[in-house]
Design a protein. Sequence first.
Length: 290
Amino acid sequence: MEIQWLRAFLAIAERGSVSEGAAQLHLTQPAASKRLATLEQQLGTALFNRIGRRLQLTDAGQALLPRARHILNEISDTERELRALGSSVNGSLRIATSHHVGLHHLPPVLREFSNRYPQVTLDIDFVDSEQAYEALMAAQYELAVVTLALKEYPQLNAQIIWPDPCVVVAAPDHPLTKISELALTDLANYPAILPDLNTYTGRLIKREFDAHGLKLSAKLATNFLETIKMMACVGLGWSVLPRTLVDNSLAILPVEKLQILRNLGVISHRGRTLSNAARALQQMLLEVAK
């Protein structure tokens, strides 16, 4: 069984299509298809059900997936450990980041990193923070720079880089801006535009309301904070946003006894040997936190 066959299988499984898997590996679609077909022939079984445009893993494919990841991770760790014996910072570095962190916090760090280490090829995926945690657990990335989870993951190392206090906001002409002493009960009487309540930020907000036995009236939900800001600006509801996103298009609502602080940071897998490039980026992020 060739390593390149397993890499093709894993990329196709993660992306759900041969063309996207081929693009991830910088292969042509026929080349990726050939590697997959050769692997299936070698194993004597189909690994995907080909229904419509997307591919679904067969039982055999489901069984092979974690084993393929383990084999390739072992190979990658071995390569990294050997490369780490030297001091050069080069090669490719695959990381994940959330849209908010990637747009508003990470660019200066990445700019400095690229200037300092031009031999490193960065491969950046924009994903929800929750997805980044799951992907890091599956060793799909070396690092993720995202909103940190509310609970600890024993297999992962999480380090705070940017404390990110949030505030309650609404359009300047929203009825809530006319109330001098706001309480959570006042917010509960009006529709809200919030992140999905299953996200880390959404859970922080819901936790405050649950603690007071109040129900949130979420009119719309989206995980893109810039979209939430726009909808709050035009008066579709109140919201909770990072203070750094708030400008004069929004009014901050001083809600008594409500403090929402989320943390943005970098996570890595405790059991994975980081490449020199990943360690260099991690160190640059920690320097920002000092």
